[in-house]
Design a protein. Sequence first.
Length: 154
Amino acid sequence: MATLKIKDFFGEEVTLQPRLELYSVTDFMGKEMPGLAVVLDQLGRTPEETEQYAVLTVSFGEFISVKNSAYIDTNNCYFAQQILEQGVAQDTGLSKSSGFCQYPLWQFNEDFLREIGGANYEEYVRQFDAYMPFSDFEEDEEEDLTETAGMVME
């Protein structure tokens, strides 16, 4: 299972085990969809000593159309940058404002989500792909349009 290491306020190393849960969110028409919730558990010496440390992501109740993405709770997770630097996600450069806080949108690596998410990630992918069937196009994929296809201006 994946683990992440951060330094806390006191400079002590903390080992975290991420797990994936699903938020209930809605699209603009009110359709219920799953959203990603990355929960971080602090590992103890025994499984019984493991406890929730933080919820890395925050939900605004809305469907995010960028696959494998979630807003990051930088207001409560001062260590978020340390996690980003471990390569589990990429910052999209997009963010959402709420109150006096900015919440960056990260796109998590599929392998990371698959490892920490199991059945929850499979359910997310199934529903996302059914809702956004054309979301897997790569940037370099373009339709080959010729003069015989579509309208021609003269």
